[in-house]
Design a protein around this ligand. Structure first.
Ligand SMILES: Nc1nc2c(c(=O)[nH]1)N[C@H]1C(S)=C(S)[C@@H](COP(=O)(O)OP(=O)(O)OC[C@H]3O[C@@H](n4cnc5c(=O)[nH]c(N)nc54)[C@H](O)[C@@H]3O)O[C@H]1N2
Ligand SMILES: Nc1nc2c(c(=O)[nH]1)N[C@H]1C(S)=C(S)[C@@H](COP(=O)(O)OP(=O)(O)OC[C@H]3O[C@@H](n4cnc5c(=O)[nH]c(N)nc54)[C@H](O)[C@@H]3O)O[C@H]1N2
Ligand SMILES: [Mo]
Length: 665
């Protein structure tokens, strides 16, 4: 008999979809989008669908494993947990709780994963990963300017006259926004795409700007200066709803439009067109991507763009906004109640600089537990991290597959797939819906949910009481803020999704959660944190000379970071996409095998070409790995200017021909 069960996608993504899983004879036979969900609308991407393939994959981990001199050996849960407990006890007595590390990220974005931290906090604290390989510089920038990063309701795009996709690869990473964009375009809105590389939506763009990577701040400043020259500012917004315009104007006066445009390699005509639309047209919705802030000046680039939109009156009104993320939503799920951090003595290691932190740690890390992340593929400058991890005595990885990180571990523990779990999925970066994760099928093999693995470790460590409870109880606790806001847990569970009461038009009431209550061109908090008080252009950090190209390793089309990179088969070599002119200058043609290299690393790739984009930008999609290499062997572990954010796209490289496949050459 066939049944349909509503559940939700836990992938770290803009779209946070609602699923319908069809179960036949105890087996998931179909995973599709829930047609009732206002954003999913019955459609899901390949990454979502392949969660069902990952459930049944032949190479799924179904038993605990231990590394032995003879190779990997399957062992029982009790042996694995007893031995890991002994390692943890040894670490606590020899090094103290800071010697025990929890290395985690958001590979599954559900509420109950916060229970993982409870184990470490119950033992006094420990060392844990903080900061971001993802979006922190932009969040910090918007926090200074607006008080919080917020996004308008998706359907508000229908109120926009101009939509600017500024460094967001929406057709690939945020496909559920495309129907809203297409509807707005069909109704007459104009589309601007600002991206050094081509994207699938370029053919619908009325204006396409291809800046030099990492210089968007200069572009935004040039456009803003043109608006000042033409007197196209919203003087009422400047006078009544913002602070610090005079100070920013002083900073802007120090550079010329020509200088700024030279810096970002954009022509005056394009900048004038954009100025016209921000200054005289509108409403303009600016949809910021995460890629443009993975540079030395990434945080300031976001502040420069915020300033452009605010000064021209494009914030706080329908159809406008600088929409980067949705941080309004998080307050409706009580994560602290689940993690119970209060009072724990936690040493923090930045995700972007994990290798350095491990190299210099005192006390050193002697036991590390890795959950929801695959750092040996995803952390910049991977080779350095490999060397640092080799010194950690006992490494435990909890995952569903033998990832590159798992291959380096001493124990690998199998965890459940989302279709085997009960939870709440809530990590959308864009809309305001959360999804209920219903268990669809029983766990395969001996896989257990993370919280259960930690409960069993906690019992052995004598702190088992911190896991007294069960999923429904914890989920109800986490849901309490929404219950207080008038939502009902049982209805949510039944329906499969709930909308959090976030604003449809951000800051439309004129109330900004900043110290001044206004939009802050001048931020005293930025100043107190040791940053420039106003937006400032910060140039990329990479050296050009010997390595004249910029390696952008943005998010893969077919995989969620490294999670599906190997499905159905990991290609032997990644594909590198170069500008036709850059390729021609190097005698490279499409299909050739090339070597991409810089000071940190080198790898072979198959060349593909693009015609229209920045000549010095090359693309290698992130997530690809082999047993000896990852894309991140090449990327730098430098940080961006604001927040705790890695600047892995600020990466110089050169490309040489290895073998041509073209017979005529
Ligand atoms: N298919 C798929 N979707 C995903 C993910 C995935 O792995 N695969 N991951 C999810 C996660 S974790 C995240 S963080 C988001 C990320 O999603 P996005 O916000 O789309 O971020 P990126 O893929 O990093 O880069 C977006 C675009 O920025 C462009 N870019 C790079 N440098 C610059 C620059 O200097 N200036 C400008 N203007 N543009 C630049 C790149 O060419 C790219 O097209 O996607 C989520 N969705
Ligand atoms: N060069 C380059 N590097 C990048 C990026 C880039 O664009 N370019 N993007 C960065 C960004 S934005 C991000 S968000 C990071 C992402 O980097 P990671 O957080 O490492 O993400 P994934 O590669 O998705 O790996 C997540 C792992 O968690 C496992 N997993 C899934 N569900 C569960 C679960 O319930 N429990 C446990 N214990 N494990 C689970 C998966 O099998 C997978 O192995 O990568 C960053 N690194
Ligand atoms: Mo991310």
């Amino acid at each position: 008999m066939s049944t349909q069960i509503k559940t939700a996608c836990p992938l770290d993504c803009y779209d946070a979809c609602a699923f319908l899983a069809t179960v036949d004879d105890g087996r998931v036979v179909k995973l599709e989008g829930n047609p009732e969900h206002p954003i999913t609308r019955g459609t899901i991407c390949g990454r979502g669908r392949r969660l069902a393939d990952r459930l049944y994959a032949a190479d799924r981990l179904l038993k605990p494993r231990k590394r032995t001199p003879m190779g990997w050996e399957d062992i029982s849960w009790s042996q694995a947990l007893d031995e890991i407990t002994a390692e943890i006890r040894r670490t606590l007595s020899e090094d103290g709780h800071h010697g025990l590390m929890h290395c985690y990220d958001w590979g599954s974005g559900t509420v109950l994963k916060n229970l993982n931290q409870r184990f470490f906090y119950a033992l006094g604290g420990g060392t844990e990963t903080v900061g971001s390989l993802c979006w922190d510089a932009g969040l910090k920038a918007q926090n200074y300017d607006f008080g919080q990063a917020r996004s308008h309701a998706p359907e508000d795009l229908l109120n926009s006259s101009v939509i600017v996709l500024w460094g967001r690869n929406a057709p690939v990473t945020n496909m559920h926004i495309m129907p809203f964009i297409r509807a707005a375009l069909d109704a007459g809105a104009r589309l601007v795409v600002i991206n050094p590389l081509p994207t699938d939506v370029d053919r619908r763009a009325h204006l396409r700007i291809t800046p030099r990577p990492g210089t968007d701040g200069a572009l935004a400043f040039a456009v803003l200066k043109l608006c000042i020259e033409h007197r196209w500012l919203d003087t009422e917004f400047l006078a009544t709803r913002s602070t610090g315009w005079t100070e920013l104007a002083t900073v802007l006066a120090k550079t010329s439009v020509a200088e700024l445009l030279r810096e970002c390699e954009v022509g005056l005509e394009q900048a004038e067109q954009l100025a016209d639309w921000y200054g005289r047209g509108g409403p303009v919705a600016t949809l910021l991507g995460i890629g443009l802030q993975r540079y030395a000046g990434g945080g300031q680039a976001v502040r420069c763009i915020d300033a452009l939109a605010a000064a021209t009156g494009q914030v706080g009104k329908p159809g406008g906004g600088v929409q980067y993320a949705n941080r309004e939503m998080g307050q409706y799920f009580d994560q602290d109640i689940l993690s119970r951090r209060h009072g724990a003595d936690v040493r923090e290691f930045s995700r972007g600089r994990l290798a350095e932190a491990l190299e210099t740690a005192e006390p050193p890390i002697s036991t590390m537990v890795v959950t929801r992340t695959n750092p040996l593929t995803q952390v910049p400058n991977t080779k350095r991290l490999e060397r640092a991890l080799a010194k950690v005595r006992c490494k435990v990885v909890i995952d569903q597959f033998m990832t590159r990180t798992a291959e380096f571990a001493d124990y690998v523990l199998p965890c459940t797939n989302v279709l085997e779990e009960e939870d709440i999925a809530f990590t959308t970066m864009w809309h305001s819906f959360a999804g209920y994760v219903h268990p669809v099928v029983p766990a395969r093999g001996e896989a257990k949910p993370d919280w259960q693995i930690f409960r069993e470790l906690a019992l052995r460590m004598g702190v088992g009481e911190v896991y007294d409870g069960w999923p429904e109880l914890w989920l109800r606790q986490a849901f309490q803020p929404l219950e207080d806001a008038g939502e009902n847990f049982n209805e949510f569970r039944e329906k499969g999704f709930v909308q959090t009461p976030t604003s449809d038009v951000c800051f439309g009431d004129g109330d900004f959660p900043t110290p001044s209550g206004r939009f802050e061109f001048y931020s005293t908090r930025a100043e107190a944190d040791g940053h420039p008080s106003t937006a400032t252009y910060v140039a990329p950090a990479r050296k050009r000379g010997e390595y004249p190209l910029t390696l952008i390793s943005s998010h893969p089309r077919k995989s969620e970071n490294s999670q599906h990179a190997d499905f159905p088969l990991l290609p032997k070599m990644p594909t590198i996409v170069l500008h036709r002119d850059a390729a021609r200058a190097r005698n490279i043609e499409a299909g050739d095998i090339v070597r991409v290299f810089n000071e940190r690393g080198s790898m072979e790739a198959i060349a593909a070409l693009f015609e229209d984009g920045n000549r010095d930008a090359v693309l290698l999609e992130s997530g690809w790995w082999s047993s000896t290499q990852t894309i991140n062997d090449l990327t730098p572990n430098t940080l961006a200017d604001l927040g705790d954010q890695s600047a892995q796209y600020d990466c110089e490289c050169e490309v040489h021909l290895v073998t041509t496949t073209n017979e005529d050459e």
